[in-house]
Design a binder for this molecule. Structure first.
Ligand code: NDP
Length: 277
């Protein structure tokens, strides 16, 4: 440090005094079966695929869970399977005009929200920009981006002062690459939103991260959980399982990852990193 900078610092301390901020950090290890004890988790699209796997693991780790989707039959089946720690609310996330009454129904379930998993999403699998219609563009942006954006806003504005809030977006490796179709563009925006919200609200005890899966078994990809998982052209030489994505979500939801915020965690064995290999 130069003399000028040193003298400036000394001057600052003389005028303002030593900052009197007491910061304590409690490190919380992961405890199997109780990692999310007493937490209340809201998961959009929790009735199938990646959302279902996250909901199941949250319940196993002691959380109360509210799952959300458009298909009531599927929601009811999952809620019966997971027992009284899992309730559901029917809601189309793209229909943000009804978000107030939806949120009232959510709060009636367990009284508050500690964690939000913005997972509901669709891909209409266009090949390139020349395949994209205005209708398909709007459907994907309304579900993947607008729905997630306004739900994040809702939980942040309803957070009580002093409470912790943990938000996870389910993005995609597509959001880490360049793209010309709506799906990838919605996920790029989600990644930016993750960083932006974290930067703005971490000081208010809001933690925000995203998970960016690679090709994962689900209805969206048509890949099956059972049987051979071989996938050519993949670094991992296989596709991924929703249960693997759920484990990463549990870690990010847990207090063991309190020092992580604003990150987009790729779960694709590095597939998104372009290389010459
Ligand atoms: P699925 O198609 O298996 O599940 C999608 C879920 O989202 C369903 O629960 C569905 O419920 C819900 N959903 C869709 N649209 C709406 C809506 N408008 N309102 C409320 N719920 C809705 O897909 P995945 O599990 O694969 O996808 C989950 C997330 O993971 C998505 O955001 C996807 O982009 C992302 N992802 C998936 C990858 C993969 O390879 N599978 C890779 C990278 C990211 P319902 O039908 O009842 O509305």
């Amino acid at each position: 440090m130069g003399l000028k900078k040193y003298l400036k610092r000394v001057g600052r301390y003389i005028i303002r005094g030593v900052p009197n901020v007491n910061v304590e950090v409690n490190i919380t290890p992961i405890i199997n079966g109780a990692t999310l004890k007493d937490k209340i988790v809201l998961i959009t699209g929790g009735n199938k695929g990646i959302g279902y796997s996250i909901a199941k693991r949250c319940v196993e780790e002691g959380a109360d869970v509210i799952i959300v989707g458009r298909n009531e039959e599927d929601l009811k089946d999952v809620s019966i399977e997971l027992g009284k720690k899992c309730k559901y609310v029917v809601y189309d996330v793209s229909n943000v005009k009804t978000i107030d009454s939806f949120y009232e129904d959510v709060i009636k379930c367990f009284g508050r929200i500690d964690c939000l998993i913005n997972n509901a999403g669709i891909s209409l699998h266009e090949k390139n920009i020349l395949d994209v219609s205005v209708d398909n563009f709007e459907r994907q942006f309304d579900t993947n981006l607008k729905g997630s954006y306004f739900l994040a806003k809702k939980v942040i504005e309803n957070k009580q002062e002093g409470d912790d809030l943990n938000i996870i977006f389910i993005s995609s490796e597509r959001g880490l690459q360049c793209d010309d179709v709506p799906y990838g563009l919605t996920k790029s925006a989600i990644n930016s939103l993750t960083r932006g919200l974290s930067r703005r609200f971490y000081k208010n005890k809001v933690r925000v991260n995203a998970i960016a899966p690679g090709v994962t078994a689900s209805n969206m990809t048509g890949r099956k959980i059972e049987g051979n998982k071989f996938a050519e052209n993949q670094v991992a030489q296989r596709y991924f399982l929703p249960e693997e994505i759920a484990e990463v979500a549990i870690f990010l939801l847990s207090d063991a990852s309190k020092c992580i915020s604003g990150e987009v965690i790729a779960c694709d064995a590095g597939q998104y990193i372009s290389s010459y290999y």
